[in-house]
Design a binder for this molecule. Structure first.
Ligand SMILES: Cc1cc2nc3c(=O)[nH]c(=O)nc-3n(C[C@H](O)[C@H](O)[C@H](O)COP(=O)(O)OP(=O)(O)OC[C@H]3O[C@@H](n4cnc5c(N)ncnc54)[C@H](O)[C@@H]3O)c2cc1C
Length: 495
């Protein structure tokens, strides 16, 4: 039983079928000790309005949080929940050595405040479907989920939606960047955070016009941009010799080395007391009184043994696999996998100073010390391990069109030798599945039908950029705290 200090009524505890208490760690209490206690500025209790407020401390209990998915989103949420005093377990169906969070471009992109579902995407996407080398492709197939996602995506691709989404996306991207700066400053992780900005190169007048408009909007949102002419970028990048009309440099953008972050973060979390169970695939839920009462998972190693746990809070952060897991809990999540490819070479001869996006080709390049990654494409379709060679070819052909200096780089030439590449395709080409929401905004917040389930997915091409902020929001929502930034736009209950 809990006493609400506002309405002075006694509320039901969770076990008695009450709404789950958003618990707070009492000031001064050990992090492992959680007290059912709410800050005075919180919402009313479930008797006043479905959420506890100003509860008089009654009993003490360690609250258990279970995270599904050990990608960057799940691990970031694990970090902040653990810091907030939850006892955290992460279930990961793989061995945590590869998922979408590893081979991506590593951009932290406040510049990407326009949601993927934006005006013009549908028209452009339609024509790209007929080009095998195009960067965007929807694999047509008779699927209700795809049809529903497509219709929602179309409906969201409006100017009004783009305008509405710009502020919340910028806030989340900037919050995340600030938190990543804190992670780097803490000194226990070395993931190569570099704050240099990102160049957006354009070759056509049409794209130039669009990008300048984008730059204008960015400034209105408080971002810092610089428009550079052809000669200026050639001075800045003398070795790769950009063959472009010009570029916009988004100065707030940064980049990191995702592989290092994804290797080190689980180690750090485990050292701090987070339990990460690898090769553990969530296979089912038990539900009672409008919440998840048990989670079943299968251990792939020990004769497929099935285990059951009874967490207080469940966070679904399973990337592109989230819709089918949500379905097991009676939830609907409109989300499609968006496959993307990347290729990484060591010690390129030509130095690229700035990460850059070749706008018309939608190809991205990230330079790290002694390493270059090239990536692109968004294939909306089922999860499979096929590599579509023409698309890989499209990526590699775009690079010297914009940056002809690479034609004189033996390392790039070796990679772009299509005959050799075909022979070692699986070795040289990495792919991952971006979890693409139906309106270009991530799903972060409580689920519709299970009061103790938080969704944290749907980040599409911005999962790294938004990871730390998402983790922070998850922990704040779990504790019923006021969130660091308004999170209503990300509420999964919008569908
Ligand atoms: C080519 C490419 C380039 C990209 N570049 C960038 C970039 O520069 N910047 C950026 O911000 N983003 C980028 N992204 C997007 C970013 O990589 C993703 O948004 C992000 O990695 C998604 O993270 P996640 O944790 O949601 O999903 P994932 O990393 O896919 O993790 C989900 C995890 O859930 C696990 N799982 C699934 N089902 C179950 C189950 N039943 N039980 C237990 N575990 C389960 C999976 O095994 C997986 O490990 C890029 C993506 C691609 C493909």
């Amino acid at each position: 039983m809990f006493l609400c200090n506002v309405c002075k009524k006694v509320g039901k505890s969770k076990k008695q079928g009450g709404f789950p208490v958003r618990s707070f760690t009492k000031a001064g209490a050990s992090l492992q000790t959680r007290v059912f206690f709410q800050a005075p500025d919180q919402k009313p209790c479930n008797l006043c309005l479905r959420s506890f407020r100003c509860l008089t401390p009654t009993n003490e209990k360690i609250m258990q949080a279970l995270l599904i998915g050990g990608g960057i989103i799940g691990l970031s949420a694990a970090r902040y929940l653990h810091e907030a005093g939850w006892n955290v377990t992460v279930l990961e169906k793989g061995d945590a050595t590869d998922n979408c969070s590893f081979g991506n471009m590593g951009y932290l992109s406040p510049s990407h405040f326009v949601p993927l579902a934006a005006p013009g995407m549908i028209e452009q996407g339609f024509w790209w479907m007929f080009d095998q080398k195009s960067p965007f492709y929807v694999r047509p197939r008779p699927s209700w989920a795809l049809l529903d996602w497509g219709l929602k995506f179309m409906r969201a691709s409006t100017h009004a939606h783009a305008e509405r989404s710009a502020r919340p996306l910028t806030d989340l991207l900037l919050l995340s960047k600030k938190l990543f700066q804190e992670w780097a400053a803490a000194g226990d992780l070395d993931f190569g955070l570099t704050e240099r900005g990102c160049m957006m190169y354009y070759q056509t007048e049409k794209t130039e016009k669009e990008e300048l408009e984008n730059a204008r909007k960015a400034e209105q949102l408080g971002l810092h941009v610089e428009v550079l002419g052809r000669e200026q970028v050639q001075i800045i990048e003398p070795e790769v010799k950009p063959a472009v009309r010009g570029a916009v440099l988004f100065k707030d953008d940064a980049h990191l080395y995702p592989n290092a972050l994804m290797q080190q973060l689980p180690v750090l979390l485990e050292k701090r007391g987070v339990r990460i169970i690898r090769n553990a695939e969530v296979t089912g839920f038990e539900r009672k009184n409008g919440e998840i009462s048990a989670v079943q998972y299968q251990l792939k190693t020990q004769n497929s043994k099935t285990e059951t746990v009874h967490p207080d809070l469940v966070v679904l952060a399973a990337g592109s696999w989230s819709p089918q897991i949500a379905r097991l809990a009676g939830e609907y999540l409109p989300l499609m996998p968006g496959k993307g490819y990347s290729m990484t070479v060591e010690n390129p001869a030509k130095k690229l100073h700035y990460p850059c996006i070749l706008l018309e080709a939608k190809v991205a390049l990230t330079p790290w010390p002694n390493r270059l990654r090239i990536g692109s494409t968004m294939e909306i379709g089922p999860i499979n391990n096929r590599i579509l060679f023409p698309r890989v070819q499209g990526i590699l052909e775009a690079v010297p069109r914009y940056l002809p200096g690479y034609l004189d780089d033996p390392v790039f030439r070796e990679l772009a030798d299509l005959k050799k590449l075909k022979e070692k395709l699986r070795e040289k080409v990495w792919f991952g599945f971006r979890p693409v929401s139906a309106d270009g905004l991530p799903y972060i917040g409580f689920a519709k039908k299970n009061a103790n389930l938080i969704m944290a997915t749907g980040h599409a091409m911005l999962g790294v950029s938004m990871a730390a902020g998402t983790g922070k929001l998850v922990a704040e929502l779990a504790d019923g705290k006021t969130t660091s930034i308004p999170a209503e736009a990300f509420d999964p209950r919008r569908y």
